[in-house]
Write a protein that binds this ligand. Structure first.
Ligand code: FMN
Length: 170
């Protein structure tokens, strides 16, 4: 099973990247960052004029080749960072069922809710793009809740590990 981890932060020094890198290591998933796929802001006019950018086709190809996905979605004003939403808009134009695989959503923030507003919303949305969401985990208070060996709260850690194992076993 090829599992892909998509790190959805627009920041180089990203706490969500740290969280998803730990998660990916638990099941030997490949990690890619949305930052590595720069693209213009989606518009139907630009798409008509120039087609899908090569970077977005490349991201789509990585997603299409995967059997499972870990998607780290930081929360910006209750939604995903604009860079991630933009990438989702582009790849959904290549194939509306771009997320047709078992998917684990992760998010974290320095605040207590950990991005739960956005994670809950996208757990409901992603099935429209084909995903089977097998887990959605928002880790609040990152700087207290995450250590050198991942989440420090045993029950939360076990829940995340259980979801990750589902990706591996189908
Ligand atoms: C524009 C902006 C909006 C934000 N909105 C939220 C929010 O709605 N909820 C939240 O928990 N944190 C919010 N934050 C704080 C982020 O959780 C914090 O910046 C976090 O480090 C983002 O994750 P990252 O480091 O992986 O990019 C916001 C940060 C920025 C820059």
């Amino acid at each position: 099973m090829a599992i892909l981890a998509l790190s959805g932060s627009s920041a180089l020094d990203s706490i969500n990247h740290r969280f998803v890198t730990w998660a990916a290591a638990q099941i030997r998933a490949d990690v890619v960052r949305v930052l590595d796929f720069p693209a213009p802001i989606f518009s139907v006019d630009l798409e008509r004029e120039k087609g899908v950018p090569a970077s977005m086709q490349a991201l789509y190809d990585r997603l299409h080749a995967a059997d499972g996905l870990i998607l780290a979605m930081p929360e910006h004003n209750g939604g995903p960072p604009a860079m991630l939403k933009n990438a989702i808009d582009w790849v959904s134009r290549v194939d509306r069922k771009v997320f047709a695989m078992p998917t684990v959503l992760l998010s974290t923030s320095p605040g207590p809710r950990g991005g739960l507003t956005n994670t809950s919303h996208w757990a409901g949305l992603l099935p429209h793009w084909g995903a089977t969401v097998v887990g959605a985990h928002a880790m609040g208070s990152f700087h207290q809740a995450f250590g050198d060996d991942g989440p420090t709260e045993p029950a939360f850690r076990d829940e995340v590990l259980a979801s990750l194992r589902t990706l591996k076993t189908g």
